[in-house]
Write a protein that binds this ligand. Structure first.
Ligand SMILES: [Zn+2]
Length: 152
């Protein structure tokens, strides 16, 4: 298969760290989606905190700088568009992020879900996932945590 006909599950341009880039290159070579369940354990070395019918919760392997917590809710079925997700999954998602808030006694933070074409989303992994971010506001040199949208 030529590079152009290979299905891309990740966007290397949006990787932030060298180690992440290496793992991503392996994923491209393997022709698999890193967040589909059968592959997740191969690439993702963090524990699964909670698993529901539609989502699982896990720490981000490459947390953003200046975060106290950076969790991911990963959809258990492969989907890239919001319209591919059953509405009941939205209910469960809310229950799961509320569980994180309570479990980790989180005073505040942000939840972000990017979707679709990675030129627009600036996501690294196409498979739908949700970021649950708590900034570490007391960290020396703290700079506000920003979620990027759109490649640039
Ligand atoms: Zn997938």
């Amino acid at each position: 298969m030529s590079d152009q006909t290979k299905k891309q599950f990740v966007d290397l341009d949006n990787a932030r760290e060298d180690e992440q880039r290496q793992v991503m290159q392996q994923i491209i070579d393997d022709q698999s989606c890193p967040f589909c369940l059968e592959n997740l354990r191969k690439y993702h070395k963090q524990q699964i905190l909670k698993e529901g019918q539609y989502w699982l919760l896990t720490p981000n392997q490459w947390p953003y700088e200046f975060t106290q917590h950076h969790f991911l809710a990963i959809l258990k079925e492969h989907a890239e568009k919001l319209s591919e997700v059953p509405p009941e999954a939205g209910k469960e998602l809310f229950e799961m992020i509320a569980w994180l808030e309570k479990e980790y006694q989180i005073p505040g933070g942000g939840v972000a879900m990017r979707f679709g074409d990675t030129n627009y989303s600036a996501g690294t992994v196409n498979h739908l996932h949700v970021q649950f971010i708590v900034p570490n506001i007391t960290q020396p040199g703290f700079k506000p945590v920003r979620v990027k949208l759109g490649k640039g």
